[in-house]
Design a protein around this ligand. Structure first.
Ligand code: ZN
Length: 422
C-alpha cells in the first residue's frame, strides 16, 4: 500500500542552489513535493532522493513574487490580454499570485461579475489570479462588507470610473478589506485641461505632480478622524513628497517599475508607449524615487501591468504599459552590484510585503512545510527585452531593446513548474 502511494508522490529536487533562507543566502538543495505543493526539505548535503532533479548550478532561489496591481482585461477586451496570457506573462516574470484590477468594460462590482472572473481565474494553472472589486456607486453592498480586495478611483482613468472620497471613508468604516486607491485629483485635472490642450506632450502637465499630492492630502484629511476597519493602500505613488506624507500617517503604498526607471526625458524616444496614469515625472523626481527605494522607504513594488495593443496605443493614445516580465530584471539590473541589503529590499517589496498587505496565508519564506512557490533567478543572464519574445498578448514593452542583467529562469507554483527557461 505504502509503495503504491510513494509511486504517486512526485518529488522534485532543486540541486546546487543559492537559497534565500532567513534573509541570508545559503548553498544547498530544495526538495519540493508536487503532491502536497509544499517544500519538503532544505538540505546542505545532497541526500534526498527525488523523481526529478534540476541542477541549478548556483542560481538563486527566492520566494515567488506577488503583484498586487495588474490589468488582465480578458472578457470584452481579450484582444489585449486574457487571464491565460497574463498568467503566462506573470509566471515568466517570477510571479505566482497576481491581483487583477476591476476597471473592465463590464466592471467587477457585482457577485455575478466577480463569480465570472473567479471561475475563469480558477481554470488557470500557471499563476493564481485574484480579482479586485470596483468601489463605486453601483457596487453591490454585500461585496463592500465581505470581499477582501477593492479598488477606488479618485481620478478618472481607463474605464472612466470615479469614486467619491466620501465613499472611500464609508468603505473603511464598514469593511475590513484592503482598499487600493488611485490618487489623482479630478478637479485639478479638469482645470488643467482648460489650460492645456489634451495632447500627448501635455499629458504630464495635465496630470501634474500636484494632482497626486492633492488627492492624497484630500483623502487623508477626509479619513483622518474615522475609526477604520479596512486597510487603505495607495496605488502607484510617483513622488517623494507623497511618500513623505504617507509615511507620516503610516499608510501603505506601492511604486511601479516605470516610475522608478523611466522619466520625462524617455518620452522623446517612447512617444505614446510612455503614456500612463499617473504620467512619468521629471528626471529629478525619478532619481528621488529610486533613492527612496534604496533607502528602504518603498514597501511594495507593483507592475500596474496594463496591456493595450500596439495599434490602440498608436491610434487611441491609451494610457498604460505592460510590465510583468520586465519588473524583476529591471530591479536586478539597476540595483547592481546587488549586495545582500539591496536583495532584501527587492524581495521584501515584491514577495514579502505584498503577501502581508493582502493577508495571504503563505508567508513567502523558504522553509520546510511552506508552499513551494519559488522563483529561480540567473543573476548572470543577460537578455535584451524584445516585445515579440514576451508572453503578454500585447507583445511590446517600453523597455524594448534594453539589455538587462538578471532574469527569472524557473518559476514553481505550489510545487509545479509554471515557467522554465533554464
Ligand atoms: Zn492600474
Amino acid at each position: 500500500m505504502n509503495q503504491s502511494i510513494n509511486h504517486w508522490v512526485f518529488k522534485l529536487l532543486l540541486k546546487n542552489a543559492s537559497i534565500w533562507y532567513r534573509e541570508q543566502i545559503i548553498h544547498g538543495h530544495v526538495l519540493v513535493d508536487e503532491l502536497t505543493g509544499l517544500i519538503k526539505r532544505i538540505s546542505l548535503s545532497n541526500t534526498s532522493s527525488a523523481d526529478s532533479v534540476i541542477n541549478l548550478k548556483g542560481k538563486l532561489i527566492i520566494p515567488s513574487l506577488v503583484d498586487i496591481h495588474c490589468h488582465l482585461r480578458d472578457f470584452e477586451e481579450s484582444h489585449k490580454e486574457t487571464y491565460e496570457t497574463g498568467a503566462l506573462a506573470a509566471a515568466a516574470g517570477g510571479f505566482t499570485t497576481i491581483f487583477d484590477m476591476p476597471n473592465k468594460i463590464n466592471p467587477i462590482n457585482s457577485s455575478k461579475s466577480l463569480n465570472m472572473a473567479v471561475e475563469r481565474a480558477d481554470r488557470i494553472q500557471s499563476c493564481e489570479i485574484i480579482p479586485y472589486v470596483l468601489l463605486n456607486k453601483g457596487t453591490e453592498a454585500s461585496l463592500i462588507s465581505n470581499y477582501p480586495y477593492s479598488k477606488a478611483y479618485l481620478g478618472i482613468t481607463t474605464g472612466n470610473f470615479r469614486t467619491d472620497v466620501s465613499e472611500v471613508a464609508a468603505f473603511l468604516i464598514q469593511s475590513s478589506g484592503v482598499l487600493a486607491v488611485h490618487c489623482e485629483d479630478n478637479e485639478r485635472i479638469n482645470n488643467n485641461l482648460k489650460k492645456f490642450q489634451a495632447t500627448l506632450e501635455n499629458h504630464g502637465k495635465i496630470r501634474d505632480p500636484q494632482s497626486e499630492v492633492l488627492a492624497i492630502k484630500n483623502l487623508l484629511e477626509t479619513t483622518k478622524d474615522i475609526v477604520t476597519k479596512g486597510k487603505l493602500h495607495i496605488a502607484h505613488v510617483t513622488l517623494l513628497e507623497s511618500i513623505g506624507i504617507l509615511h507620516s500617517k503610516n499608510i501603505s503604498f506601492e511604486v511601479t517599475p516605470h516610475h522608478l526607471f523611466l522619466n520625462n526625458d524617455d518620452l522623446y524616444q517612447l512617444g505614446v508607449k510612455g503614456k500612463m496614469n499617473p504620467p512619468l515625472r521629471s528626471k529629478l523626481e525619478q532619481k528621488k524615487l529610486l533613492e527612496a527605494f534604496l533607502a528602504n522607504q518603498i514597501p511594495i513594488i507593483s507592475t500596474d501591468h496594463a496591456p493595450h495593443t500596439k495599434q490602440e496605443k498608436e491610434d487611441l493614445e491609451l494610457a498604460g504599459v505592460p510590465g510583468l516580465e520586465t519588473c524583476l530584471p529591471l530591479l536586478f539590473h539597476y540595483c547592481k552590484p546587488l549586495d545582500m541589503r539591496k536583495l532584501k529590499l527587492i524581495i521584501n517589496a515584491l514577495a514579502i510585503n505584498p503577501r502581508v498587505l493582502m493577508n495571504l496565508s503563505e508567508k513567502g519564506i523558504i522553509v520546510a512545510n511552506e508552499p513551494a512557490n519559488l522563483t529561480v533567478i540567473d543573476r548572470k543572464k543577460t537578455k535584451v527585452v524584445r516585445g515579440e519574445d514576451l508572453r503578454t498578448k500585447c507583445k511590446w514593452s517600453p523597455w524594448e531593446g534594453y539589455e538587462l542583467l538578471g532574469w527569472p529562469v524557473l518559476t514553481i507554483r505550489e510545487g509545479k513548474i509554471a515557467f522554465n527557461d533554464l
